[in-house]
Design a binder for this molecule. Structure first.
Ligand code: PHE
Length: 352
């Protein structure tokens, strides 16, 4: 066998070996595997490179023919490695994509948000009233004098109608921002039939601003209309509700008071949530906290709406949500609720 024949046989063998190697590399293809193959064949001491060395042993006449075949082999190996590399790159990308899962629908941490304490308190209250069989009602914040005062038995000269307390809507003497949620009593009674058990939370407005008053505040109104409703029912509902919010050990008390739309009327107090009645700074050493007003619905209110006040009786109560939120969450200043301070607000949970 001539030197040339030996050389050509070697070339054939290396070609076959490369085909076998590249076929078996596909099972565990990676950029590293392709690089190892490149070194094995085209590296400084690689199989194809050393063939070039062996050209030296050939005669001048034999060299060109052998050189041509070796070059073809080199080009074949280069092309083969290139297509393996493309495959390896693609599968590496697939692997990293499937490992790095990015869910763009997830909220980022600093956009978490939280419920405003008044919203939180309102939701907790409504949940409790629903358990007691109440329906939630909504009504207008901008309303007619009729619903806010007249139908609620406010006499023409009642001081609450004064410019002092009431915001009037420009040029319209009869259109005002409601001063309490009691307007809902009238709206609901005009649209629904007794028996009724209604609660209505919402914004209310009074021209008043100091440490304990803001011109806008929140109230919740509740009322029941049916046959044979007594003051005992009224006290029972209010007592049960406040115990649910503040704890079973706290009592309530009623103090006679005047509201034109109830008779008898009262203000109701809760034993101090801080000192449990012993007397402290929050309750000004009285042991009691003023919560709101209540009473039996005045016969004049029923009659004004065309209902028989002999047949129906009912009670109503109303109190401030902001104040209850302050007591429940231990807030120092009412105004914190309306300043929009991020640090303050973010302390509250995202749901009740
Ligand atoms: N609406 C009254 C107020 O805002 C409170 C109240 C409601 C009193 C229902 C009695 C009955 O002062």
């Amino acid at each position: 066998m001539s030197q040339l024949e030996i050389c050509l046989k070697q070339i054939e063998a290396i070609k076959g070996q490369f085909q076998a190697d590249s076929a078996s590399s596909k099972a565990q293809l990676s950029i590293k595997v392709v690089e190892d193959l490149r070194i094995k064949y085209l590296g400084r001491k690689g199989l194809v490179t050393s063939l070039m060395e062996s050209l030296k042993t050939l005669s001048k006449e034999e060299k060109p023919a052998a050189g041509k075949v070796i070059n073809e082999l080199r080009q074949g190996v280069e092309a083969g490695l290139e297509s393996l590399k493309v495959e390896a790159d693609a599968s590496a990308l697939d692997a990293s994509l499937s490992q790095y899962k990015l869910d763009i629908s997830l909220p980022t941490q600093n956009l978490q948000g939280s419920l405003h304490p008044v919203t939180l308190m309102r939701r907790v209250m409504l949940t409790e009233f629903r358990k007691l069989g109440f329906t939630v009602y909504d009504g207008p914040e901008i309303d007619l004098d009729f619903y806010n005062f007249e139908a609620l038995n406010f006499k023409e000269d009642h001081p609450a109608r004064d410019m002092q307390d009431t915001f009037f809507v420009a040029d319209r003497v009869a259109t005002i921002l409601r001063t309490h949620t009691s307007n809902i009593q009238i709206h609901a009674m005009m649209h629904e039939k007794a028996p009724m058990r209604v609660v209505a939370p919402g914004r209310t407005y009074r021209c008043d601003s100091d440490i304990t008053h803001t011109p806008m505040f929140h109230q919740i109104e509740g009322f029941v209309v049916d046959k044979n409703i007594s003051m005992g029912d009224m006290k029972g509902i209010v007592d049960r509700f406040l115990k649910q919010i503040f704890g079973q050990d706290l009592s309530i008390r009623l103090r006679p008071s005047f509201f034109p739309f109830v008779e008898p009327g009262a203000e109701f107090d809760l034993q101090c949530v801080k000192c449990r009645g012993a007397g402290c700074r929050i309750c000004k050493a009285t042991g009691w906290l003023e919560i709101g007003g209540l009473g039996m619905i005045h016969p004049n209110v029923f009659e004004k709406l065309g209902m028989d006040s002999e047949e129906y009786t009912g009670f109503a109560f109303g109190f401030g949500i902001d104040r209850i939120a302050m007591l429940r969450y231990g807030l120092a200043d009412l105004r914190q609720l309306f300043e929009g301070d991020q640090q303050f607000l973010s302390q509250f949970p995202i749901q009740p």
